[in-house]
Design a protein around this ligand. Structure first.
Ligand code: SIN
Length: 538
């Protein structure tokens, strides 16, 4: 099946949906998403969205906090742009119907998280993402120009480079091949503008608080098509996810520490003062490393987050969702500390995107977690991710609309997918085995504390698996698991390759072989140029 559309958007979190709502009055929108429309990392976001909404706060303070958390690797121009566009972009959310928690009718309640010098986190109790996703989904479903393709997964991008003999603009995106997961047919989408808003890659690791869909698809397909990637070594581990045999890495929001929660060892010792002057509100990389160190030192399976001193009424009012979820696992956080461990949470690197969210491939945009815009540097400041998503959706939509007229004359006919002689796989076990091996290797060798030896060990395994996938990928009819395996393998390799090249410790990349910061040699992004699409090199 062939679809021609003005805007092809892959992903239905805050970035994809808000881009869709911005452009939908001006053309046809195809919104492709792997599961139900509301399954996204946005939907799971608890803490909130950082912005300067208070008279005692300032843009310069938010910018400074972002730079400090990013260990001075963030791009200051991009930081200023995001921070200063923040309030306006957030007003769009409010106009689309998002209801943030208020102190009074005329005042929003601003909470605090690690690394912020002011209360500047807008939130909807402790389920901010759910509220944002609800409002955006409702608005998108009502719009007559938005056609939704649920249970569809992107396979590869279509670039002029790949298909045309007569290349006028070889480095130009023309759409994507997309698998309908239910009927297993590959569809061809020809589009004037293609937007990757596929989110992150937490599933590349064994333990993550990301949703199952976070398999780095956008990074992998963008890179395969020739888009550059940057800073893949900076995978953020959220310090506090619930430790319980039946909880699937449920996040305990940083807002719990923002409102006074204290990290303790099993023996009750509040250890964060031993690591940083901001104690429990130190930047995330420092807190995650401290927890990792305490667990290794004491041999315990977790540490504990204690907010019992705030009293039951305060806890139930501020954290109703976390309270109920923990209680479901037999933990009453009003009476006892919560056992917590770090897990992967956010990929700070991704496809290089400019101040309009555009990649080095013309009319291919990367917005939200899939992108590396320069905002996060070596470590993302809490609650800056939803902000980045909404700001760059706006910037990308603005520039797309200014170019829409000139694109109308372009011929965007694209060839259908050719499945060659592929047959149904009779070896699903290889796919599940390789999935597991990648995720375990990444967890064990490319985690919070790294070394050259461990990274090399991971790389050897990844390259072996990649070779195996290359051997069978084109022989079998596509399935969602096979596409995702190919993607997590590519992303894992990009992470390890980047980590191996950074011979210093900065932010989220900590290695025992180079434990110091080395500004003289490494105060720069780690760029990996996109694969050569003509040679199909990976
Ligand atoms: C949290 O609530 O701790 C997550 C917020 C974020 O990652 O920005």
């Amino acid at each position: 099946m062939q679809v021609t559309t003005d805007f092809l958007i892959i992903g239905s979190g805050i970035a994809g949906l808000s881009y869709a709502l911005k452009v939908a009055d001006h053309g046809t929108v195809s919104l492709v998403t792997k599961r139900d429309i509301d399954i996204s990392a946005t939907q799971l976001a608890q803490g909130g969205i950082a912005t300067v909404f208070s008279a005692v706060d300032s843009f310069s303070s938010h910018a400074e906090d972002t730079m400090v958390a990013g260990v001075q690797l963030s791009n200051p121009d991009i930081v200023d742009l995001v921070v200063e566009t923040g309030p306006e972009a957030i007003n769009d959310l409010i106009n689309w119907g998002v209801q943030f928690s208020r102190k009074r009718d005329d005042e929003y309640d601003l909470t605090r998280e690690g690394g912020h010098s002011h209360r500047r986190i807008l939130h909807a109790k402790d389920a901010t993402g759910r509220e944002i996703e609800r409002a955006l989904v409702e608005a998108a479903l009502k719009h007559p120009n938005i056609t939704l393709y649920q249970y569809h997964i992107a396979v590869d991008l279509i670039t002029e480079n790949k298909i045309s003999q007569n290349k006028i603009d070889p480095n130009h995106c023309l759409g994507a091949y997309v698998l309908n997961i239910k009927n297993k047919q590959v569809m061809t989408f020809g589009a004037k503008f293609t937007v990757l808003a596929t989110g992150g890659a937490g599933k590349v690791y064994l333990f993550t608080c990301n949703p199952d869909i976070a398999t780095g698809d956008g990074v992998a397909i963008g890179w395969r098509a020739g888009a550059d990637v940057a800073n893949m070594e900076f995978m953020q581990f959220h310090p506090t996810t619930l430790y319980h045999p039946h909880a699937k890495s449920f996040l305990i929001s940083e807002a719990v520490r923002g409102e006074g929660g204290i990290l303790r060892r099993e023996d009750g010792h509040p250890f964060m003062a031993d690591y940083h002057k901001l104690k429990d509100l130190a930047p995330r990389d420092i807190v995650a490393r401290a927890i990792d160190n305490e667990m290794k030192k004491t041999g315990s399976d977790s540490v504990f987050l204690d907010i019992t001193h705030k009293g039951a009424d305060f806890i139930k009012e501020h954290f109703p969702m976390i309270y109920t979820t923990c209680l479901g696992f037999g933990i009453d956080m009003t009476k006892e500390p919560i056992p917590v461990v770090p897990a992967t949470h956010y990929l700070c690197g991704g496809l290089c995107a400019d101040e309009n969210g555009e990649t080095n491939i013309h009319n291919l945009f990367a917005i939200g977690e899939v992108a590396c815009t320069g905002l996060h540097g070596a470590n993302r400041l809490a609650s800056n991710s939803l902000l980045e998503g909404i700001v760059f959706a706006k910037k990308a939509a603005d520039i797309s609309l200014t170019r829409l007229g000139e694109q109308n004359s372009r011929n965007i006919s694209v060839p259908p997918w050719d499945c060659g002689n592929a047959t149904d796989s009779d070896e699903e076990v290889i796919v599940s085995h390789n999935w597991d091996e990648i995720r375990r290797s990444m967890w064990n060798y490319v985690g919070i504390v790294r070394s050259d030896k461990r990274l090399q060990r991971a790389m050897n395994r990844i390259l072996m698996i990649q070779k195996e996938i290359d051997q069978y990928y084109w022989d079998f009819l596509l399935t969602s698991d096979l596409i995702e395996l190919r993607n997590i393998t590519t992303v894992a390799r990009l992470i390890v390759q980047s980590a191996l090249s950074r011979h210093e410790s900065r932010g989220l990349h900590y290695t025992i072989d180079y434990p110091e910061l080395d500004d003289e040699n490494f105060h720069h992004d780690t760029i990996i140029p996109g694969a050569d699409p003509e040679k199909n090199t990976e």
